[in-house]
Design a protein around this ligand. Structure first.
Ligand code: GLP
Length: 241
């Protein structure tokens, strides 16, 4: 495990973007596993800048996102498809058909999950997986539980996750109760994993994830077993480590 210390959110966003840029340059047809949420917003802004400055080419890049809310379609402003389109895809030269997000409107979410797991394999596996960290230790939407669920699955969101994500919605009651998420095996099979963590409120859970027992009660703790795992975190997030 490699810990990169950043000063603050901006510095974390730059350092993490540098890792993704290097991947895109090293392997222009990479499959990137992408995350949503506040932690990676600055990173996407930096990638957009790199593209605008002529330093990055996304024309051969393919992407698979970690998760999506069930019941939100791609034009809903809180869907993760909308987030990706508006924070990255619409601003760079990626081909839209090469970008994949689970379909939260699928009539049969079980079949959608199977399709998504197969898709990741069909695309050759993830070269670099970006992650944020939930306050309860979740990665993607893999919530704390008694087992690590391996493949893409439907999940009932934790009360704490609904509360944490309510800040993006008009009111808490509008946060969907369910989501589709890549499973732990899909994430751990990525060749390289980069976890972005910022802010004081994540300090305690980050310490538990990186140095506590490896347990499905803290889903991110499994990352300790990954052979190429980098954490980019700011001073506040690293304040108790
Ligand atoms: C959300 C997403 C995760 C994200 C995490 C952290 O619920 N499903 O993919 O990484 O929680 O979010 P944030 O970066 O906004 O703290």
């Amino acid at each position: 495990m490699n810990i990169i210390r950043a000063r603050d959110f901006e510095d974390m966003s730059m350092k993490a973007a540098d890792i993704v840029s290097a991947q895109v340059k090293r392997k222009p047809d990479s499959l990137l596993g992408l995350a949503t949420g506040g932690s990676v917003l600055g990173l996407y802004a930096n990638l957009t800048k790199d593209y605008e400055n002529g330093n990055l080419d996304f024309s051969g890049i393919k992407t698979v996102n970690l998760d999506e809310y069930i019941g939100l379609d791609g034009v809903h402003d809180q869907s993760y498809r909308y987030y990706m389109d508006n924070n990255l895809f619409n601003h760079v030269n990626i081909k839209k058909e090469n970008t994949h997000v689970p379909n939260g409107m699928s009539r049969d979410p079980g079949i959608e999950c199977e399709r998504y797991t197969n898709l990741i394999e069909k695309l050759g596996g993830i070269d670099l997986q970006l992650l944020g960290l939930g306050l309860n230790g979740h990665i993607g939407f893999n919530e704390p539980g008694i087992v690590f669920i391996k493949d893409t699955h439907v999940v009932e969101l934790d009360e704490s996750t609904i509360k944490a994500n309510a800040r993006f919605f008009a009111e808490e009651a509008r946060v969907p109760g369910k989501a589709i998420t890549m499973g732990i095996k899909n994430i751990m099979n990525a060749k390289k994993i980069v976890l972005c963590v910022s802010g004081k409120q994540k300090a305690g859970i980050l310490k538990t994830v990186l140095f506590g027992d490896v347990t499905p009660l803290v889903p991110g703790s499994i990352l300790q077993f990954h052979p190429d795992f980098t954490v980019v975190a700011d001073e506040e997030a690293l304040s108790v480590i």
